[in-house]
Structures are given as C-alpha cells and as structure tokens.
Ligand binder design. Structure first.
Ligand code: SF4
Length: 113
C-alpha cells in the first residue's frame, strides 16, 4: 500500500474534530486520498481523545488511555494498513495501528540502522 503523503501532522492535533480519522482529515494539508480502508476502521466512531494524549497527560492516566486505544486497534480489521500508513508518514502523535509514538519511533530507528 502506498501511504498518502498529504496527511502529515506536525503539531498536536485538534481533538475537537471528533474521531481519530476526523482529526486526521481536519488538517489543512489533507486532501483526502486515504483509501477505502479508513471506512472500515474500528475507531471510526470513537472520540479522538482516546487515541491522542493531551499536552499534560502523564503517568497512570496516560497509560490507561493508551491501553484502551490499543484495545480498540486490536479489534480493527485494518490495523496493518493503519500501521503501515502511520510509519510511512511518519505520524508523530497518537495511537495508530496499535502502536504508540515510542513504539513507532523504535521501529523507524530499526529500519534505518
Ligand atoms: S488500527 Fe487503531 S487507529 Fe488505526 S484505524 Fe484501526 S482502530 Fe483506528
């Protein structure tokens, strides 16, 4: 799959946009072209706040939210596509494809070493 290059987040996302997919789609750089897999996402009707941490969220609260988001991803029929997309961007924030920011960064570091 070729990940769309028009949907890159470079700042903390605006969580008021709704679901994670709506947050992604709300970015000015986005011109769509995400492909039909987004239509099958398990998070399609979920609140984006589950998938993106707020500026001051730390500790157990963050760990609990992250675990809940990953649990949604674990049921998602397009998890592999989402993960590939997030790694290709790369997406700097949020839970994508069942991976958090640190996990994606580790994979990307391993890919270049
Ligand atoms: S893997 Fe997770 S973040 Fe990606 S589309 Fe599915 S539920 Fe949403």
């Amino acid at each position: 799959m070729t990940a769309p290059s028009t949907l890159k987040r470079t700042s903390t996302p605006d969580l008021s946009a709704g679901s994670p997919l709506q947050v992604a789609g709300s970015y000015p750089q986005s011109t769509g072209g995400l492909g039909e897999w987004w239509q099958r996402a398990a998070c399609r009707d979920r609140n984006a706040e589950l998938f993106f941490h707020s500026d001051h969220e730390r500790g157990p609260s963050r760990a609990m939210r992250t675990a809940k988001a990953k649990a949604v991803c674990a049921t998602c029929p397009v998890m592999a596509l989402c993960r590939d997309y997030a790694l290709a961007q790369p997406e700097p924030y949020g839970i994508w494809g069942g991976l958090d920011e640190q996990e994606r960064a580790q994979i990307l570091r391993q890919q270049v070493s």
